[in-house]
Design a protein around this ligand. Structure first.
Ligand code: NAP
Length: 266
């Protein structure tokens, strides 16, 4: 799995936006991005349709991630949801298909559907999103170490995953996929510590926030931008090597939790 992808939340929400958003995704592919993250929820299928338009003729070499609603997590529900996503994205398979957040359907049923999809070649692998420890423990035992990722809210201002979910995933070599890695361009990008480190690297705050996540073990980032110049800027985070001093400063200004805490959600 590539370690850097493009998020597509807020894309494809209005039909008049489709052509522009597809252009942005094509620009991202031209810049070298190969992982696209989407969900049936984004624009109620609109973001997947935009992806379908953007990847025409260039599916090979891409790693497509999409997610299904918990209310579609029954054995048949997940199969039907996947088929709808494939039609919208105009492709034959999804590389990684995730349960968007935990719901009330027993996970045994969900994973039966996911196995059927994988056996039929409609998905390459499956995983979960927004799963706390109790949710992870409820995944059928034989599937736990097979999870393609746990996609979670993770950035320097929100390190809840480090309380115990990270360790659970690392023990099973399950990658973490950090969503909202820029904390949705909030206060985080104005952090004094991040900006001090950025100045030393002649980098932007966004690049340092991403470089820090990329420094964490087995962690993938999926920042979203609808502007090609920012996508280029964000991608350059891959070239930044943070020093011990950088890491210490970031850690003391944005510490990991010191007591039990559940994952945040966006
Ligand atoms: N599994 C889940 O429950 C879940 C939840 C939330 C998100 N996600 C996924 O994760 C992806 C990323 O998360 P996100 O979209 O919530 O937040 P994000 O990537 O942390 O931030 C996106 C925001 O940052 C701005 N931005 C991007 N690059 C920037 C830069 N270099 N400098 C300043 N601002 C910049 C974007 O504006 P512009 O577009 O104007 O550049 C946008 O407003 C989503 O798109 C989605 O695919 C998953």
């Amino acid at each position: 799995m590539p370690v850097f992808g493009l998020g597509t939340w807020r894309m494809g929400e209005h039909p008049e936006q489709f052509a522009h958003d597809a252009e942005v995704i094509r620009a991202a592919l031209d810049l070298g991005i190969t992982l696209l993250d989407s969900a049936e929820m984004y624009g109620e299928g609109g973001a997947e349709e935009v992806i379908g338009q953007a990847i025409q003729g260039r599916r090979d070499g891409l790693f497509l991630v999409s997610k299904f609603y918990p209310h579609n997590a029954s054995r048949n529900g997940v199969i039907e949801a996947c088929e709808r996503s494939l039609r919208r994205m105009n492709c034959d398979y999804i590389d990684l298909y995730l349960l968007h957040w935990p719901g009330s359907t027993p996970l045994e049923r969900t994973f039966e559907g996911l196995h059927e999809l994988r056996d039929g070649g409609k998905i390459r692998n499956f995983g979960v999103s927004n799963f706390n420890i109790g949710d992870l423990e409820a995944v059928p035992a034989a599937d736990q170490a097979q999870l393609g990722c746990n996609q979670i809210f993770y950035n320097l201002a929100h390190r809840e995953v480090e309380w115990e979910v990270s360790a659970w995933c690392q023990q099973r070599a399950v990658p973490l996929m950090a969503y909202s890695p820029l904390d949705q361009a909030s206060e985080l990008l104005r952090s004094v510590a991040i900006n001090n480190v950025a100045a030393r690297h002649e980098a932007s705050a966004a690049q340092i926030a991403l470089a820090w996540l990329l420094h964490q073990p087995n962690t993938v980032v999926i920042p979203k931008s609808a502007r090609p110049e920012r996508i280029r800027e964000n991608l350059a985070a891959l070239e930044i090597n943070l020093s011990e001093q950088d890491l210490d400063e970031l850690d003391s200004s944005h510490p990991a939790p010191e007591q039990a805490v559940r994952l945040g959600m966006r």
